[in-house]
Design a protein around this ligand. Structure first.
Ligand SMILES: C[S@@+](CC[C@H](N)C(=O)[O-])C[C@H]1O[C@@H](n2cnc3c(N)ncnc32)[C@H](O)[C@@H]1O
Length: 263
């Protein structure tokens, strides 16, 4: 793909983002070269670390830009009563619905198993998957380009909001990123939490041969934006991508996770 065909924002996503290719490409296994060896274990371990402290709990959880994957809510769903998933694309929401309906057998098993092992509960993958499915209260359309991302629906504030690899994928520049953070902040109740997993210093990512732009942003910029939006960062961790693991498909600087509390 030439750089002319780089995709950004919501319109191109509709045509170019193949949810099933994305799922297979990045979440085909726990460790894959394309997802940069340790990325998924780091992501799952980080979500586990954040939630297993037991401080972040609540009735309602919203995940923003869930895509076709449930990885961002495997740990989080243990600490909330109901879980709302959301994405801009009907094709992503369709994959999530298939999973809720009991299809996509075994698709997320390695990830569920990895998290259960961290928790040391001895729970079975089937039991955990059913538990998560039973908590799904909705799979909602969401567009961060709208001032009210869930309009025409109206959502009351959430106790916990999670988001993974979404903001940098859809923001055209740092200013847009800041606007989207404010929109997400508006969905979090006072004293509620945002937990965000992201890549730093990324410029593009692939879904099949389609090349999508990503906003290259630093930890300092991210934390300043969330702080300015009225949050106190309570946890953040960076894990640099080793030079020798950089490929055409992943050449970002680092993975990043942050938990922040709305004042
Ligand atoms: C890189 S994917 C991340 C998916 C998933 N959360 C993960 O961790 O793998 C970016 C997601 O942003 C979604 N997206 C695209 N445009 C959006 C918009 N305008 N508002 C909200 N999400 C959008 C895409 O459909 C896609 O699922």
């Amino acid at each position: 793909m030439s750089s002319k065909s780089l995709k950004f924002g919501n319109h191109d996503y509709k045509e170019a983002f193949d949810a099933e290719i994305y799922l297979d490409m990045y979440y085909g296994s726990l460790r894959s070269e394309i997802a940069a060896g340790e990325q998924i274990p780091f992501m799952l371990r980080s979500f586990h670390d954040v939630f297993s402290k037991g401080e972040i709990t609540g009735k309602r959880l919203l995940d923003i830009g869930t895509g076709p994957s449930i990885l961002s809510i495997i740990s989080a769903s243990q600490y909330c009563d109901s879980v709302y998933l959301s994405d801009f694309l009907p094709q992503c929401r369709g994959v999530l619905q298939e999973w809720v309906d009991g299809q996509l057998a075994d698709k997320f098993n390695p990830f569920l198993e990895f998290v259960i092992n961290l928790e040391r509960t001895g729970e079975t993958v089937t039991s955990r998957e059913n538990k998560i499915r039973s908590k799904i209260a909705g799979i909602l359309p969401c567009d961060l380009y709208k001032e009210q991302p869930f309009e025409p629906g109206h959502l009351s504030p959430f106790d916990v909001v999670t988001t993974s690899l979404c903001l940098e994928a859809v923001s055209e520049d740092v200013s847009t990123y800041g606007t989207f953070v404010k929109r997400i902040a508006g969905l979090v109740g006072k004293g509620g939490y945002v937990i965000m997993y992201a890549v730093l210093g990324d410029t593009t990512y692939y879904v099949g041969e389609e090349e999508f732009k990503s906003l290259s942003i630093s930890r300092e910029q991210v934390e300043k934006i969330w702080t300015n939006a009225g949050f106190t960062i309570t946890y953040s961790r960076v894990n640099a991508l080793p030079e020798n693991e950089k490929t055409k498909y992943c050449e970002f600087e680092a993975w990043y996770i942050m938990a922040a509390r709305k004042q």
